[in-house]
Design a protein around this ligand. Structure first.
Ligand code: SF4
Length: 218
């Protein structure tokens, strides 16, 4: 399993209603709720961000295709909006995208671009099957823990905390192998690599320390 981004999108909210600071690979921006929902409208709300993702993906995909074809289309605009309807107790979200060309584009080119727009990567994600997994990091101590050590390092596993994200054994199989009983091999990779992987555990089930250091509680 390989994540799309080396660093995940990182978001933080404090007491200031409802400003979220979102960090992406090249900077930060604010997401907020409109005033009518108790926010200050200091940045796009989550629905707007969702639609923005589709809008920009459609535009970029169209631009790439037009440039590859060498067509002369200086500007493309997209309006995206959505609504929900409920039928027999099932809510369906309908997303509408209007594509507007401000210059002359032939009928044939328009039809092709329509097809391309419908198949942009974000559109495929939204129309495909999506599974959202939410993990909760636990920082507590527990009596149930198993140590896996070599002369230099110790990896601690707290089985009761594991939320089965599969990150450890799909990303560093040289160290983590759930098919064998002694499933953590501290000799399988460098301490730095193991430490890095342990930090990616979303549940707090894994801990790492150098034997020369006093292990932190938990
Ligand atoms: S990364 Fe952590 S939560 Fe995920 S399977 Fe490994 S130990 Fe469990």
């Amino acid at each position: 399993m390989q994540y799309k981004f080396e660093k995940p999108v990182h978001g933080i909210i404090g007491n200031e209603k409802y400003q979220c600071t979102i960090e992406w690979r090249n900077g930060k921006f604010i997401s907020d709720e409109p005033v009518t929902s108790g926010g200050k409208d200091a940045g796009p709300d989550p629905d707007t961000l969702l639609l923005s993702s589709l809008t920009s993906c459609t535009l970029i995909t169209l631009r790439m295709y037009i440039d590859r074809k060498g067509w002369n289309v200086p500007q493309i605009a997209v309006n995206t909006n959505m609504y929900q309807e409920t039928k027999d107790g099932t809510a369906t979200t309908i997303v509408d995208q209007d594509i507007i060309f401000s210059s002359e584009v032939s009928e044939e080119q328009k039809n092709r671009l329509h097809e391309i727009a419908e198949r942009c990567p974000i559109s495929k994600i939204l129309q495909g099957e999506i599974k959202i997994r939410t993990f909760l990091f636990k920082d507590e101590d527990t009596k149930r823990k198993i140590n896996y050590s070599n002369d230099e390092i110790t990896v601690v596993w707290k089985p009761g905390f594991c939320q089965h994200s599969t990150r450890c054994f799909t990303q560093l199989p040289e160290v983590f192998n759930p098919r064998i009983k002694k499933w953590i091999d501290p000799n399988g990779a460098s301490p730095e690599k193991i430490d890095e992987q342990v930090k990616r555990c979303p549940s707090g089930a894994l801990r790492f320390y150098y034997n020369s250091e006093k292990p932190k509680p938990a």
